[in-house]
Design a protein around this ligand. Structure first.
Ligand code: LLP
Length: 445
Protein backbone atom coordinates (compact mmCIF):
# COMPACT_ATOMS: atom_id res chain seq x y z
CA UNK A 1 0.00 0.00 0.00
CA UNK A 2 1.43 3.34 -0.98
CA UNK A 3 0.86 6.67 0.72
CA UNK A 4 -0.95 7.86 -2.36
CA UNK A 5 -4.16 5.93 -1.61
CA UNK A 6 -6.07 8.85 -0.23
CA UNK A 7 -9.42 8.43 -1.96
CA UNK A 8 -11.56 5.30 -2.26
CA UNK A 9 -10.80 3.31 -5.42
CA UNK A 10 -14.26 3.86 -6.96
CA UNK A 11 -15.50 7.11 -8.49
CA UNK A 12 -18.87 6.83 -6.72
CA UNK A 13 -17.08 7.58 -3.44
CA UNK A 14 -15.47 11.01 -3.67
CA UNK A 15 -14.79 14.15 -1.64
CA UNK A 16 -17.08 17.12 -2.28
CA UNK A 17 -16.06 20.34 -0.57
CA UNK A 18 -13.96 18.37 1.84
CA UNK A 19 -16.58 15.77 2.79
CA UNK A 20 -16.66 12.19 1.55
CA UNK A 21 -19.82 11.30 -0.35
CA UNK A 22 -21.28 8.06 -1.66
CA UNK A 23 -23.03 9.23 -4.81
CA UNK A 24 -25.05 12.23 -3.51
CA UNK A 25 -25.14 11.19 0.12
CA UNK A 26 -22.76 12.66 2.70
CA UNK A 27 -21.23 9.75 4.55
CA UNK A 28 -20.89 11.81 7.70
CA UNK A 29 -24.64 12.42 7.68
CA UNK A 30 -25.28 8.78 6.94
CA UNK A 31 -23.03 7.74 9.84
CA UNK A 32 -24.87 10.14 12.12
CA UNK A 33 -28.22 8.59 11.23
CA UNK A 34 -27.19 4.93 11.09
CA UNK A 35 -24.32 4.93 13.58
CA UNK A 36 -20.98 3.17 13.24
CA UNK A 37 -19.68 0.71 12.32
CA UNK A 38 -21.83 0.37 9.19
CA UNK A 39 -21.37 -0.95 5.69
CA UNK A 40 -22.38 1.41 2.91
CA UNK A 41 -22.77 0.34 -0.74
CA UNK A 42 -23.26 2.43 -3.85
CA UNK A 43 -25.89 1.11 -6.25
CA UNK A 44 -24.38 3.18 -9.09
CA UNK A 45 -21.07 1.37 -8.54
CA UNK A 46 -22.82 -2.01 -8.67
CA UNK A 47 -24.63 -1.07 -11.87
CA UNK A 48 -21.44 0.26 -13.43
CA UNK A 49 -19.48 -2.87 -12.70
CA UNK A 50 -22.25 -5.13 -13.98
CA UNK A 51 -22.30 -3.22 -17.25
CA UNK A 52 -18.51 -3.31 -17.54
CA UNK A 53 -18.76 -7.10 -17.53
CA UNK A 54 -21.88 -7.28 -19.71
CA UNK A 55 -20.42 -4.88 -22.28
CA UNK A 56 -17.03 -6.61 -22.35
CA UNK A 57 -18.74 -9.95 -23.03
CA UNK A 58 -21.56 -8.57 -25.19
CA UNK A 59 -20.45 -10.40 -28.34
CA UNK A 60 -19.60 -13.71 -26.67
CA UNK A 61 -22.93 -15.40 -25.82
CA UNK A 62 -22.09 -15.05 -22.13
CA UNK A 63 -24.21 -14.95 -19.00
CA UNK A 64 -22.84 -12.91 -16.08
CA UNK A 65 -23.70 -14.86 -12.93
CA UNK A 66 -22.78 -12.76 -9.90
CA UNK A 67 -21.02 -14.86 -7.21
CA UNK A 68 -23.37 -14.28 -4.29
CA UNK A 69 -20.77 -15.37 -1.75
CA UNK A 70 -19.08 -11.98 -2.13
CA UNK A 71 -22.10 -10.14 -0.77
CA UNK A 72 -25.34 -11.97 -0.14
CA UNK A 73 -27.51 -9.04 0.87
CA UNK A 74 -30.76 -9.42 -1.06
CA UNK A 75 -30.79 -5.74 -1.98
CA UNK A 76 -27.33 -6.08 -3.54
CA UNK A 77 -28.37 -9.21 -5.42
CA UNK A 78 -31.60 -7.50 -6.50
CA UNK A 79 -29.75 -4.40 -7.75
CA UNK A 80 -27.54 -6.59 -9.93
CA UNK A 81 -30.42 -8.82 -11.03
CA UNK A 82 -32.39 -5.74 -12.17
CA UNK A 83 -29.48 -4.97 -14.49
CA UNK A 84 -29.58 -8.49 -15.89
CA UNK A 85 -27.19 -10.48 -13.72
CA UNK A 86 -27.72 -14.13 -12.94
CA UNK A 87 -26.24 -15.72 -9.83
CA UNK A 88 -23.59 -18.23 -8.84
CA UNK A 89 -24.51 -19.81 -5.50
CA UNK A 90 -22.75 -22.30 -3.23
CA UNK A 91 -25.42 -23.34 -0.75
CA UNK A 92 -29.16 -23.73 -0.38
CA UNK A 93 -29.10 -20.52 1.65
CA UNK A 94 -27.51 -18.54 -1.18
CA UNK A 95 -29.87 -20.17 -3.67
CA UNK A 96 -32.86 -19.08 -1.60
CA UNK A 97 -31.42 -15.56 -1.27
CA UNK A 98 -30.91 -15.30 -5.02
CA UNK A 99 -34.43 -16.50 -5.81
CA UNK A 100 -35.93 -14.21 -3.17
CA UNK A 101 -34.00 -11.28 -4.64
CA UNK A 102 -35.57 -11.92 -8.01
CA UNK A 103 -32.91 -13.81 -9.96
CA UNK A 104 -34.71 -16.09 -12.43
CA UNK A 105 -33.80 -19.73 -11.61
CA UNK A 106 -32.74 -20.34 -15.20
CA UNK A 107 -29.98 -17.79 -14.60
CA UNK A 108 -28.62 -19.50 -11.45
CA UNK A 109 -25.70 -21.91 -11.30
CA UNK A 110 -24.80 -23.94 -8.21
CA UNK A 111 -21.09 -24.42 -7.46
CA UNK A 112 -19.35 -25.89 -4.43
CA UNK A 113 -17.26 -28.84 -3.42
CA UNK A 114 -19.59 -30.34 -0.82
CA UNK A 115 -23.26 -30.11 -1.71
CA UNK A 116 -25.62 -32.13 0.47
CA UNK A 117 -28.43 -34.31 -0.87
CA UNK A 118 -30.90 -31.81 0.49
CA UNK A 119 -29.20 -28.96 -1.36
CA UNK A 120 -29.18 -30.97 -4.59
CA UNK A 121 -32.88 -31.78 -4.18
CA UNK A 122 -33.73 -28.15 -3.57
CA UNK A 123 -31.67 -27.07 -6.59
CA UNK A 124 -33.43 -29.60 -8.83
CA UNK A 125 -36.86 -28.53 -7.57
CA UNK A 126 -35.96 -24.88 -8.19
CA UNK A 127 -35.22 -25.48 -11.85
CA UNK A 128 -31.83 -23.76 -11.90
CA UNK A 129 -29.64 -23.63 -14.98
CA UNK A 130 -26.92 -26.06 -13.95
CA UNK A 131 -25.14 -27.79 -11.13
CA UNK A 132 -21.34 -27.67 -11.20
CA UNK A 133 -20.13 -31.10 -10.15
CA UNK A 134 -16.75 -31.27 -8.47
CA UNK A 135 -16.08 -34.99 -8.03
CA UNK A 136 -17.02 -38.49 -9.17
CA UNK A 137 -18.73 -39.37 -5.85
CA UNK A 138 -20.77 -36.15 -5.99
CA UNK A 139 -21.92 -37.11 -9.48
CA UNK A 140 -23.20 -40.50 -8.25
CA UNK A 141 -25.13 -38.89 -5.39
CA UNK A 142 -26.63 -36.28 -7.70
CA UNK A 143 -27.78 -39.05 -10.06
CA UNK A 144 -29.50 -40.80 -7.14
CA UNK A 145 -31.20 -37.62 -5.97
CA UNK A 146 -32.34 -36.79 -9.52
CA UNK A 147 -33.62 -40.34 -10.09
CA UNK A 148 -35.59 -40.29 -6.84
CA UNK A 149 -37.32 -37.13 -8.03
CA UNK A 150 -37.65 -38.28 -11.61
CA UNK A 151 -35.82 -35.14 -12.66
CA UNK A 152 -32.86 -34.43 -14.89
CA UNK A 153 -29.80 -32.58 -13.62
CA UNK A 154 -27.99 -30.44 -16.15
CA UNK A 155 -24.37 -30.45 -15.06
CA UNK A 156 -20.97 -29.11 -15.94
CA UNK A 157 -17.88 -30.81 -14.55
CA UNK A 158 -15.51 -28.53 -12.67
CA UNK A 159 -11.96 -29.08 -13.80
CA UNK A 160 -8.94 -28.52 -11.61
CA UNK A 161 -6.40 -27.36 -14.20
CA UNK A 162 -3.42 -27.32 -11.83
CA UNK A 163 -2.59 -23.69 -12.47
CA UNK A 164 -1.14 -21.39 -9.83
CA UNK A 165 -3.25 -18.23 -9.71
CA UNK A 166 -0.42 -16.35 -7.97
CA UNK A 167 -2.68 -14.96 -5.31
CA UNK A 168 -2.95 -15.48 -1.53
CA UNK A 169 -2.63 -19.19 -0.63
CA UNK A 170 -5.98 -19.20 1.17
CA UNK A 171 -7.82 -18.11 -1.98
CA UNK A 172 -5.94 -20.23 -4.50
CA UNK A 173 -8.28 -22.93 -5.77
CA UNK A 174 -6.91 -24.40 -8.99
CA UNK A 175 -3.74 -26.26 -8.09
CA UNK A 176 -3.42 -30.01 -7.69
CA UNK A 177 -3.14 -29.64 -3.93
CA UNK A 178 -6.47 -27.77 -3.67
CA UNK A 179 -9.71 -29.58 -2.86
CA UNK A 180 -11.60 -28.23 -5.86
CA UNK A 181 -12.70 -29.87 -9.10
CA UNK A 182 -11.71 -33.02 -10.98
CA UNK A 183 -8.09 -33.27 -12.08
CA UNK A 184 -7.53 -32.91 -15.81
CA UNK A 185 -6.58 -36.54 -16.36
CA UNK A 186 -9.81 -37.88 -14.86
CA UNK A 187 -12.27 -35.49 -16.52
CA UNK A 188 -12.89 -37.68 -19.62
CA UNK A 189 -13.78 -40.64 -17.39
CA UNK A 190 -16.11 -38.56 -15.19
CA UNK A 191 -17.70 -36.92 -18.23
CA UNK A 192 -18.37 -40.30 -19.81
CA UNK A 193 -19.84 -41.57 -16.57
CA UNK A 194 -22.08 -38.48 -16.39
CA UNK A 195 -23.37 -39.22 -19.87
CA UNK A 196 -24.08 -42.81 -18.96
CA UNK A 197 -26.02 -41.99 -15.80
CA UNK A 198 -29.79 -41.69 -15.94
CA UNK A 199 -30.96 -38.31 -14.79
CA UNK A 200 -27.69 -36.52 -15.59
CA UNK A 201 -27.01 -34.47 -18.71
CA UNK A 202 -23.46 -33.14 -18.90
CA UNK A 203 -23.28 -30.02 -21.06
CA UNK A 204 -19.81 -28.71 -20.41
CA UNK A 205 -16.98 -27.78 -18.07
CA UNK A 206 -16.26 -25.23 -15.35
CA UNK A 207 -13.03 -23.81 -14.01
CA UNK A 208 -12.16 -21.36 -11.23
CA UNK A 209 -8.54 -21.01 -10.19
CA UNK A 210 -8.67 -18.46 -7.39
CA UNK A 211 -9.66 -15.01 -6.30
CA UNK A 212 -8.05 -11.55 -6.44
CA UNK A 213 -5.96 -12.44 -9.50
CA UNK A 214 -3.86 -9.50 -10.55
CA UNK A 215 -2.48 -10.94 -13.78
CA UNK A 216 -4.05 -12.46 -16.85
CA UNK A 217 -1.35 -15.11 -17.31
CA UNK A 218 -2.89 -17.69 -14.94
CA UNK A 219 -6.28 -17.26 -16.65
CA UNK A 220 -4.51 -17.76 -19.96
CA UNK A 221 -2.96 -21.02 -18.74
CA UNK A 222 -6.25 -22.29 -17.34
CA UNK A 223 -8.29 -21.41 -20.44
CA UNK A 224 -5.67 -22.97 -22.71
CA UNK A 225 -5.93 -26.24 -20.78
CA UNK A 226 -9.72 -25.99 -20.82
CA UNK A 227 -9.77 -25.57 -24.61
CA UNK A 228 -7.52 -28.63 -25.03
CA UNK A 229 -9.81 -30.63 -22.82
CA UNK A 230 -12.90 -29.59 -24.79
CA UNK A 231 -11.18 -30.77 -27.99
CA UNK A 232 -10.33 -34.08 -26.34
CA UNK A 233 -13.88 -34.62 -25.08
CA UNK A 234 -15.36 -33.74 -28.45
CA UNK A 235 -12.96 -36.11 -30.19
CA UNK A 236 -14.25 -38.82 -27.87
CA UNK A 237 -17.77 -38.10 -29.09
CA UNK A 238 -19.09 -35.93 -26.25
CA UNK A 239 -21.12 -32.81 -26.80
CA UNK A 240 -19.59 -29.85 -24.97
CA UNK A 241 -21.62 -26.69 -25.39
CA UNK A 242 -21.14 -24.69 -22.20
CA UNK A 243 -18.11 -23.33 -20.35
CA UNK A 244 -18.27 -21.75 -16.92
CA UNK A 245 -15.07 -19.73 -16.57
CA UNK A 246 -15.47 -18.86 -12.87
CA UNK A 247 -14.61 -15.55 -11.23
CA UNK A 248 -11.36 -14.32 -9.83
CA UNK A 249 -10.60 -10.98 -11.47
CA UNK A 250 -8.85 -8.85 -8.84
CA UNK A 251 -9.60 -5.30 -7.76
CA UNK A 252 -7.59 -2.34 -6.54
CA UNK A 253 -7.36 -2.16 -2.75
CA UNK A 254 -4.25 0.03 -2.73
CA UNK A 255 -1.61 0.37 -5.38
CA UNK A 256 -2.45 -2.80 -7.32
CA UNK A 257 -3.22 -2.56 -11.01
CA UNK A 258 -5.67 -5.37 -11.72
CA UNK A 259 -6.58 -6.49 -15.22
CA UNK A 260 -9.36 -4.49 -16.81
CA UNK A 261 -12.50 -6.39 -17.65
CA UNK A 262 -12.14 -5.74 -21.38
CA UNK A 263 -8.64 -7.28 -21.38
CA UNK A 264 -9.95 -10.30 -19.50
CA UNK A 265 -12.85 -10.70 -21.97
CA UNK A 266 -10.36 -10.41 -24.81
CA UNK A 267 -8.31 -13.44 -23.71
CA UNK A 268 -11.54 -15.39 -23.22
CA UNK A 269 -12.51 -14.56 -26.80
CA UNK A 270 -9.06 -15.49 -28.07
CA UNK A 271 -8.72 -18.79 -26.23
CA UNK A 272 -12.29 -20.05 -25.87
CA UNK A 273 -14.18 -18.19 -28.61
CA UNK A 274 -13.24 -20.66 -31.36
CA UNK A 275 -15.01 -23.44 -29.42
CA UNK A 276 -18.40 -21.81 -29.98
CA UNK A 277 -19.62 -22.55 -26.47
CA UNK A 278 -22.11 -20.64 -24.39
CA UNK A 279 -20.18 -18.95 -21.55
CA UNK A 280 -20.91 -18.33 -17.88
CA UNK A 281 -18.80 -15.81 -15.97
CA UNK A 282 -18.95 -15.75 -12.15
CA UNK A 283 -17.46 -12.51 -10.85
CA UNK A 284 -17.90 -11.75 -7.16
CA UNK A 285 -15.26 -9.39 -5.84
CA UNK A 286 -14.85 -7.51 -9.12
CA UNK A 287 -18.57 -6.77 -9.11
CA UNK A 288 -19.08 -5.54 -5.55
CA UNK A 289 -15.69 -5.07 -3.86
CA UNK A 290 -15.17 -1.42 -4.64
CA UNK A 291 -18.87 -0.63 -4.40
CA UNK A 292 -18.71 -0.68 -0.60
CA UNK A 293 -17.00 0.92 2.38
CA UNK A 294 -17.08 0.17 6.08
CA UNK A 295 -17.70 3.31 8.11
CA UNK A 296 -16.02 3.42 11.48
CA UNK A 297 -15.38 5.97 14.23
CA UNK A 298 -12.11 6.62 16.03
CA UNK A 299 -12.54 5.77 19.70
CA UNK A 300 -9.09 6.67 20.94
CA UNK A 301 -5.73 7.74 19.62
CA UNK A 302 -3.08 6.19 21.79
CA UNK A 303 0.61 6.96 21.60
CA UNK A 304 2.33 3.65 22.41
CA UNK A 305 6.03 3.29 23.15
CA UNK A 306 6.83 2.52 19.55
CA UNK A 307 3.69 3.34 17.60
CA UNK A 308 0.63 5.50 17.26
CA UNK A 309 -2.51 3.39 17.60
CA UNK A 310 -5.76 4.56 16.11
CA UNK A 311 -8.37 2.50 17.91
CA UNK A 312 -11.62 2.35 15.93
CA UNK A 313 -15.06 0.94 16.68
CA UNK A 314 -14.96 -1.59 13.81
CA UNK A 315 -13.10 -4.84 14.36
CA UNK A 316 -12.04 -8.08 12.75
CA UNK A 317 -15.47 -9.58 13.40
CA UNK A 318 -16.96 -6.92 11.11
CA UNK A 319 -14.30 -7.14 8.38
CA UNK A 320 -12.18 -10.26 8.63
CA UNK A 321 -10.06 -9.84 5.50
CA UNK A 322 -7.02 -8.08 7.02
CA UNK A 323 -6.75 -10.66 9.81
CA UNK A 324 -7.45 -13.64 7.58
CA UNK A 325 -5.62 -12.79 4.35
CA UNK A 326 -3.29 -9.99 5.45
CA UNK A 327 -5.39 -7.79 3.18
CA UNK A 328 -4.64 -4.08 2.98
CA UNK A 329 -7.72 -1.89 2.59
CA UNK A 330 -7.29 1.85 2.04
CA UNK A 331 -8.57 3.85 5.02
CA UNK A 332 -9.62 7.46 4.49
CA UNK A 333 -11.18 10.08 6.78
CA UNK A 334 -14.71 11.28 5.97
CA UNK A 335 -13.43 14.84 6.41
CA UNK A 336 -10.79 15.42 3.77
CA UNK A 337 -7.39 16.17 5.32
CA UNK A 338 -5.88 19.58 4.54
CA UNK A 339 -3.61 19.65 1.51
CA UNK A 340 -0.63 20.20 3.80
CA UNK A 341 -1.63 17.59 6.39
CA UNK A 342 1.33 15.60 7.64
CA UNK A 343 0.82 11.87 7.23
CA UNK A 344 2.58 9.75 9.82
CA UNK A 345 2.67 6.01 10.42
CA UNK A 346 -0.03 4.53 12.59
CA UNK A 347 -1.62 1.18 13.34
CA UNK A 348 -5.38 1.22 12.81
CA UNK A 349 -6.78 -1.37 15.18
CA UNK A 350 -10.10 -2.65 16.47
CA UNK A 351 -11.22 -3.26 20.06
CA UNK A 352 -11.06 -7.07 19.98
CA UNK A 353 -8.75 -8.89 22.35
CA UNK A 354 -6.37 -10.23 19.71
CA UNK A 355 -3.30 -8.68 18.15
CA UNK A 356 -4.63 -9.83 14.77
CA UNK A 357 -7.52 -7.40 15.14
CA UNK A 358 -5.77 -4.81 13.03
CA UNK A 359 -6.77 -3.08 9.81
CA UNK A 360 -3.39 -1.53 9.01
CA UNK A 361 0.13 -1.56 10.42
CA UNK A 362 2.53 1.33 10.01
CA UNK A 363 0.12 3.01 7.60
CA UNK A 364 0.71 6.68 6.70
CA UNK A 365 -2.33 8.37 8.24
CA UNK A 366 -3.24 12.03 8.61
CA UNK A 367 -3.71 13.62 12.05
CA UNK A 368 -6.79 12.11 13.68
CA UNK A 369 -8.57 12.68 16.96
CA UNK A 370 -11.19 10.70 18.86
CA UNK A 371 -14.64 10.79 17.21
CA UNK A 372 -13.19 11.23 13.70
CA UNK A 373 -15.01 9.16 11.11
CA UNK A 374 -13.19 6.89 8.66
CA UNK A 375 -14.10 4.80 5.65
CA UNK A 376 -12.37 1.46 5.25
CA UNK A 377 -12.48 1.12 1.49
CA UNK A 378 -13.11 -1.78 -0.90
CA UNK A 379 -15.24 -3.53 1.70
CA UNK A 380 -18.18 -4.46 -0.52
CA UNK A 381 -16.94 -8.00 -1.16
CA UNK A 382 -16.31 -10.60 1.55
CA UNK A 383 -17.01 -8.01 4.23
CA UNK A 384 -20.47 -8.20 5.78
CA UNK A 385 -20.90 -11.82 4.63
CA UNK A 386 -17.91 -12.95 6.68
CA UNK A 387 -18.88 -11.05 9.82
CA UNK A 388 -19.55 -12.71 13.15
CA UNK A 389 -20.60 -11.66 16.63
CA UNK A 390 -17.23 -12.65 18.13
CA UNK A 391 -16.52 -10.85 21.41
CA UNK A 392 -20.25 -10.37 21.87
CA UNK A 393 -20.27 -7.67 19.22
CA UNK A 394 -23.46 -6.93 17.35
CA UNK A 395 -23.57 -7.50 13.58
CA UNK A 396 -23.38 -4.11 11.91
CA UNK A 397 -25.95 -2.62 9.54
CA UNK A 398 -25.73 -2.43 5.78
CA UNK A 399 -26.94 0.59 3.84
CA UNK A 400 -27.53 1.03 0.12
CA UNK A 401 -27.14 4.46 -1.46
CA UNK A 402 -29.01 5.32 -4.64
CA UNK A 403 -28.48 8.89 -5.87
CA UNK A 404 -29.41 11.17 -2.96
CA UNK A 405 -31.34 8.42 -1.18
CA UNK A 406 -30.22 5.68 1.13
CA UNK A 407 -31.91 2.74 2.77
CA UNK A 408 -30.88 0.43 5.57
CA UNK A 409 -30.83 -2.95 3.85
CA UNK A 410 -29.93 -4.84 7.02
CA UNK A 411 -30.54 -3.28 10.42
CA UNK A 412 -27.98 -3.31 13.20
CA UNK A 413 -28.41 -6.38 15.34
CA UNK A 414 -29.77 -5.60 18.80
CA UNK A 415 -28.71 -7.01 22.15
CA UNK A 416 -32.06 -8.78 22.34
CA UNK A 417 -31.17 -10.61 19.08
CA UNK A 418 -27.80 -11.58 20.52
CA UNK A 419 -29.30 -12.91 23.75
CA UNK A 420 -32.06 -14.74 21.88
CA UNK A 421 -29.55 -16.76 19.84
CA UNK A 422 -28.90 -19.22 22.65
CA UNK A 423 -31.13 -21.18 24.93
CA UNK A 424 -30.26 -22.76 28.26
CA UNK A 425 -31.00 -26.43 28.86
CA UNK A 426 -33.54 -26.92 31.65
CA UNK A 427 -30.85 -28.03 34.12
CA UNK A 428 -29.03 -24.71 33.70
CA UNK A 429 -32.03 -22.46 33.58
CA UNK A 430 -32.23 -19.65 36.11
CA UNK A 431 -35.11 -21.52 37.63
CA UNK A 432 -32.88 -24.49 38.45
CA UNK A 433 -30.20 -22.42 40.21
CA UNK A 434 -30.05 -22.81 44.00
CA UNK A 435 -30.22 -19.07 44.61
CA UNK A 436 -33.26 -18.78 42.41
CA UNK A 437 -34.83 -21.83 44.03
CA UNK A 438 -34.22 -20.43 47.47
CA UNK A 439 -35.50 -17.04 46.40
CA UNK A 440 -38.56 -18.76 45.08
CA UNK A 441 -38.93 -20.61 48.38
CA UNK A 442 -38.31 -24.00 46.71
CA UNK A 443 -34.99 -25.17 48.19
CA UNK A 444 -32.29 -24.70 50.74
CA UNK A 445 -28.51 -24.37 50.66
N1 LLP B 1 -16.78 -18.97 -8.59
C1 LLP B 1 -16.30 -19.87 -7.71
C2 LLP B 1 -16.47 -21.29 -7.98
C3 LLP B 1 -15.63 -19.42 -6.55
O1 LLP B 1 -15.13 -20.30 -5.70
C4 LLP B 1 -15.47 -18.04 -6.32
C5 LLP B 1 -14.79 -17.53 -5.11
C6 LLP B 1 -16.01 -17.13 -7.26
C7 LLP B 1 -16.65 -17.64 -8.39
C8 LLP B 1 -15.91 -15.65 -7.10
O2 LLP B 1 -14.58 -15.25 -7.09
P1 LLP B 1 -14.22 -13.69 -7.13
O3 LLP B 1 -14.70 -13.16 -8.47
O4 LLP B 1 -14.91 -13.05 -6.00
O5 LLP B 1 -12.75 -13.67 -7.01
N2 LLP B 1 -13.10 -14.59 1.17
C9 LLP B 1 -12.00 -14.41 0.25
C10 LLP B 1 -12.37 -14.77 -1.18
C11 LLP B 1 -12.87 -16.19 -1.38
C12 LLP B 1 -13.23 -16.52 -2.80
C13 LLP B 1 -13.72 -17.92 -2.94
N3 LLP B 1 -14.26 -18.28 -4.23
C14 LLP B 1 -11.47 -12.99 0.36
O6 LLP B 1 -12.01 -12.20 1.12
O7 LLP B 1 -10.50 -12.64 -0.30
Amino acid sequence: MTDSVRTPPAPEFAYRDGALFAEDVSLEQLATVVGTPAYCYSQAALDRRYHEFADAFADQNAMICYAVKANGNQAVIAALARQGAGADVVSEGELRLAIAAGVPPERIVFSGVGKTRQEMAFALDSGIRQINVESAPELEVLAEVAAAKDRTATVVIRVNPDVDARTHAKITTGTAENKFGVDLAHVPEVYARAEALDGIVPVGLAVHIGSQLLELTPFRSAFTKLAELVAELRAAGHAVSRLDIGGGVGIRYGSESPPDIAGYAEIVRELLGPLGCELIVEPGRAMVGNAGVLLTRVLYVKQGVERRFIIVDAAMNDLLRPAMYDAGHAIVPLVEPAADAVYEPADVVGPICETGDSFATGRAMPPLVAEALLAICSAGAYGAVMASSYNGRLLVPEVLVHGDRFAVIRPRQGFADLLAQDSLPDWLSQEAQPAARIAAGRGSV
